[in-house]
Design a protein around this ligand. Structure first.
Ligand code: ADP
Length: 454
């Protein structure tokens, strides 16, 4: 049984894992960079080891140092959180070979789902619809144009090794294709060290709807419903909610079953997410699987009452899932706003610095997952998310009203944040009516005065 866990991450997710471990009576070891000495997870973990300099490449991405820390502190397991090494099959393998349990899927599943074209191929064979596109990476520009014409414009060019919304370009005709193709290959090479790209039909104004999966090591796989993550800026999620205001129970059932088939095809164990795009007619297409816990997992936790981090640990312990699909009830509506240290009035410029006063909202149906506090200095080396506000209630209307109320209470002085933007969205009729697609943010920003956000 797992008695001590190394948390190979930082920020709010590291804190989230510390909290789950505390409740389970499991000891924690924080590993941190020189820039994160002040971080709350370092202060709250039972032990902490500094593993290097501020740059991720010198600390949170150093598998060798993390494994050394695990050995020195004699931990049984490593929780990778999200980002960093969480979807690195080699790291999972290294853990396996050092007899340290990697809290996540087997390295084989990470590998299979980490290559987006292999992933699409795998789920297609399992009968899950995928977006029409190239079979695997394209070989050359000439080949790519042929495929784009065959699929029919508009098309989207995506990095095989992509993630975080980067390395994606849209082309509307042969002329723009030639330009975007080169930009996409260059971006992919720079961001992921792998210039390979593939092509998909560009679905216009879709919704991004994903299913949370849990699989145990005894072969049982269930889903915990969906999250609608259509509110995105530059393909990066800003707001997530569950249930989706778009799905009816028929479509939910169909997509849930498809998500389970996709996870089964990957022989999936632990927590994972199957992402779909859904068009206005309700056609749905698999786009990728994330083989880790996701930023937006609290939305599912508040809807279903199931603690996903604890489930990850139980599964890693070899325990059987304690519930069947029929036991999962979706009785609440939950919505999450990502609080980023960015200035929405100035084109989302990063706003690192020291927080003066920090006051987080509370009350009925409000949860804040954040590592920030008064006097905390946000390092400039990592992503800009400093917290997540999750509000929930019996209906979508209550959850949205609660989110507006909680955002109005939230005080973060000294830096700019996305709080005023979220407040404006919670009051926007298009969003309130549940009509947001992935095209929503561009439209919203185009028709809203930015001084509203400062
Ligand atoms: P990443 O792994 O970088 O997050 P995804 O494949 O998950 O990339 O896509 C992220 C977002 O990009 C989607 O939620 C959607 O908004 C947009 N997107 C991706 N593929 C398509 C497509 N074929 N058509 C339209 N939008 C797409």
């Amino acid at each position: 049984m797992i008695q001590k866990i190394l948390i190979a991450n930082r920020g709010e997710i590291a804190l989230r894992i510390v909290r789950a471990c505390r409740e389970l009576g499991i000891k924690t070891l924080a590993v941190y960079s020189e820039a994160d000495v002040q971080s709350l997870h370092v202060q709250l973990a039972d032990e902490a080891i500094c593993i290097g300099g501020p740059r991720s490449a010198d600390s949170y991405l150093r598998a060798d140092r993390i494994i050394s820390a695990a050995e020195i502190a004699d931990v049984d397991a490593i929780h990778p959180g999200y980002g960093f090494l969480s979807e690195n099959a080699k790291f999972a393998e290294q853990c396996e070979s050092c007899n340290i349990k990697f809290i996540g899927p087997k390295s084989k599943s990470i590998k299979m789902m980490g290559d987006k074209s292999v992933a699409k191929d795998t789920v297609k064979k399992a009968g899950v619809p995928i977006v029409p596109g190239s079979d695997g990476p394209v070989e050359s520009e000439a080949d790519a144009v042929k495929i784009a014409r065959k699929i029919g414009y508009p098309v989207i060019i995506k990095a095989v090794a992509g993630g975080g919304g980067r390395g994606m370009r849209i082309a509307h005709n042969d002329v723009s294709f030639a330009k975007e193709y080169h930009v996409a290959c260059g971006e992919a090479e720079k961001a992921f060290g792998n210039g390979a790209v593939y092509i998909e039909k560009y679905i216009e104004k879709p919704r991004h709807i994903e299913f949370q999966i849990l699989g145990d090591s005894h072969g049982k796989i269930i889903h915990l419903g969906e999250r609608d993550c259509s509110v995105q800026r530059r393909h990066q999620k800003l707001i997530e909610e569950s249930p989706s205001p778009f799905l009816n129970s028929d479509l939910r059932k169909k997509m849930g079953k498809a998500a389970i088939r996709a996870a089964e095809a990957a022989e999936y164990e632990n927590a994972g997410t199957i992402e779909f795009l859904v068009d206005a007619k309700g056609n749905y297409y698999f786009i990728e699987m994330n083989t880790r816990i996701q930023v937006e997992h609290p939305v599912t936790e508040e809807c279903t009452g199931i603690d996903l981090i604890k489930q990850q640990i139980h599964i890693a312990n070899g325990e059987k899932l304690a519930f069947d699909q029929g036991d999962i009830k979706f009785e609440k509506h939950a919505i999450e706003c990502r609080i980023n240290a960015e200035d929405p009035a100035r084109n989302f410029a990063p706003s690192p610095g020291t927080i003066g006063l920090y006051y987080a909202p509370g009350g009925h149906g409000v949860r804040v997952d954040s590592h920030a506090y008064s006097g905390y200095t946000i390092p400039s080396h990592y992503d800009s998310m400093i917290g997540k506000l999750i509000c929930f209630g019996p209906t979508r209307k209550v959850a949205l009203e609660r989110a507006y109320r909680a955002l109005s209470e939230y005080l973060i002085r000294g830096i700019k944040t996305t709080i005023p933007l979220h407040k404006a969205i919670m009051a926007d009729p298009v969003f309130i009516e549940g009509k947001a697609t992935t095209a929503y943010m561009e439209d919203f920003l185009g028709r809203t005065a930015t001084d509203l956000f400062s």
